[in-house]
Design a protein around this ligand. Structure first.
Ligand code: 13P
Ligand code: SF4
Length: 338
């Protein structure tokens, strides 16, 4: 049965939530017709289900994957934190990451003996590409003794330079757990500023940004509020502090999902990647979702066809430089222990 991770902690796994998936997707207003499903997706979806059994494989999918992946072939779904947590408990020998490269690297760090596949090796992230090892070393030199907290949206090489990792779902807790007045928080300057505001802990930051979330503006939110009031505005913390301040709630993608699941607001504006809105619209038909459709080009590199190909060929495989394995894994495991 498909596990839908709503909250990002094991105790909150909703195993009882059956996969409303493909049927809900097909029933969704204007989402896709049954004819289109049959023409574009049905064959690949059926082949993937068969290949998963043959290969002893599991598919992990981030909340930003397209509905035909998220709702029809994914076994474990969630935010970065939930996917990392689940990666510690996998029984299957082959893991397909329907997400971006740093997420697949995290799975491989925690499962060096498993075959970890990413259907497109070019599925990157502007944050992971926005900082180098040399940049991190320079920051450490400039602020000796200050702990380095690295957002999981980063390369293994950067993680290896780090004291502890965090995700958007646990950043505040991780930073507070260090018990220090100042922290180097990289690579996402917006996330660091948002956490600085919440905790009062001073942040030394790096100017890297999510290319999707940095596009949103407070003026855009005000415009939606004027046109569609009343509307609940939910923003991802990769947005600027000004956008977060203009919103009603901010949280990781799993926290957004939980908020909608619990409150089922009548109308919601999700200030995040567009597939997330489509997936939630399928799961929560009582809520009306409005808003701009900003896609992450990296997440969108993953398609059903590429997942099928990955399972057929057992490639492309994610590998980790053996010299980086131990220090990077330590930073991720330290985060998971908090
Ligand atoms: P979450 O961990 O909140 O799912 O975010 C990951 C991400 O890449 C957001 O852009
Ligand atoms: Fe990276 Fe932004 Fe895409 Fe998330 S949405 S994977 S942070 S570029």
């Amino acid at each position: 049965m498909t596990r839908v991770i709503l909250f990002g902690t094991d105790s909150m796994l909703r195993d009882d939530m059956t996969n409303p998936s493909t049927d809900r997707f097909l029933a969704m207003d204007g989402a896709i017709s049954r004819e289109k499903w049959e023409e574009d997706f049905a064959d690949d979806a059926a082949a993937i289900q068969r290949l998963k059994k043959e290969r002893n494989a599991v598919i992990l999918a981030h909340n930003y994957q397209t509905p035909e992946i998220f709702l029809s072939v994914a076994d474990i779904k969630g935010d970065s934190l939930a996917l990392a947590r689940e990666a510690q408990t996998l029984k299957e020998q082959v893991v397909v990451m329907a997400g971006v490269h740093f997420m697949a690297e995290t799975v491989k760090l925690l499962n060096p003996e498993k075959t970890v596949l990413i259907p497109d090796l070019k599925a990157g992230c502007s944050l992971a590409e926005g900082i180098t090892v040399e940049n991190v070393r320079a920051l450490k030199e400039a602020h000796p003794g200050v702990p380095v907290v690295t957002y999981v949206n980063s390369t293994v090489a950067v993680k290896a330079e780090t004291d502890i990792c965090c995700t958007s779902g646990n950043a505040r807790k991780i930073v507070q757990s260090l018990g220090v007045p100042e922290v180097i928080m990289i690579p996402d300057e917006n996330l660091a500023r948002n956490i600085e505001k919440e905790t009062g802990i001073k942040m030394y930051t790096w100017p890297a940004y999510c290319e999707v979330h940095r596009e949103f503006t407070p003026a855009e939110i005000e415009d939606y509020r004027r046109k569609f009031a009343p509307v609940t505005v939910i923003a991802h913390p990769e947005c600027s502090p000004e956008v977060v301040a203009a919103s009603d709630m901010s949280g990781s993608t799993a926290e957004m999902l939980r908020y909608v699941a619990e409150k089922q607001p009548e109308r919601v504006l999700l200030i995040t990647e567009c597939s997330m809105t489509r997936n939630l619209a399928a799961l929560y038909p009582k809520t009306h979702f409005i808003g701009p459709c900003n896609f992450c080009p990296h997440m969108k590199r993953i398609t059903l066809k590429k997942i099928r190909h990955a399972l057929e060929t057992l490639s492309p495989e994610v590998t980790i430089d053996p010299a980086l394995q131990a220090p990077a894994r330590r930073a991720v495991e330290r985060m998971l222990q908090v």
